[in-house]
Ligand binder design. Sequence first.
Ligand SMILES: C[S@@+](CC[C@H](N)C(=O)[O-])C[C@H]1O[C@@H](n2cnc3c(N)ncnc32)[C@H](O)[C@@H]1O
Length: 242
Amino acid sequence: MPRPKFEEQWRQRFIQRGTVCQDDADIAGWTRSGLEARLRNFQRLWPGDVPGALWLDVGCGAGSYTRYLAEQGVTPIGMDYSLPSVQKARERSSAAMTWAVGDVTQLAIRPASLDGVLCFGVMQALSRPEQAVAEMVGSVRDGGEVWVDALNRDCLFTRIKRVVARLRRRPLGLRYDTPGELSSWMRRHGAREVEIHWIPILPARLQRLQPWVESGSFRALLSRVPVLGSLLSHAVLIRARL
Ligand SMILES: C[S@@+](CC[C@H](N)C(=O)[O-])C[C@H]1O[C@@H](n2cnc3c(N)ncnc32)[C@H](O)[C@@H]1O
């Protein structure tokens, strides 16, 4: 099936980035501080898995998370639909690691064969996000996990951007999701438990405040008062268990 135009434009952009950029963050299209904050957040939340557990990192970009999984003793497969990005990931990783070119909306993976899936930074470039969720959940065994992050549609800053774009009659060019939608897709396709984690990420110019929004007390506030989490978090991370 041909890709919808929105997805095809993103695919071309990511192939271009994989071809011309060198830095992990540039290849992914993040700021360096944004990638570092995202990685720290994941490292804090992910409890690990047994040695050799099979995890797919789909939309792996230059492989930042894939290498972290390998360092933790699990067996990751890094997959991306951008061949040049996968080549960059492979060049900067141990030769023992496995890489593949593939699309999260059409995973050619045996059903229920993985222990876990990560999919970070991908939802915003999809026009059929529920299809991707169905593919990921379907590829994980009972008891396994799917971790997905997305841009939070309800974030205050995003709301302002949406209004400005509407006034200027310009498309946003990115999709934004709510944790409610993401959770209901996960459940509809077989997840039994879903956790929501708010991820406040400040722009590069406000980085000196980033440690504060990552502090235990600020995180506790966001999880106790979800409306604050929703207004103040640029991204949201969903951890789903099957
Ligand atoms: C924003 S980058 C994130 C890279 C990495 N996961 C991270 O968080 O640093 C998004 C990545 O997802 C890949 N991607 C986007 N849509 C995809 C799809 N439908 N299937 C596979 N990969 C996709 C892009 O090529 C790009 O490398």
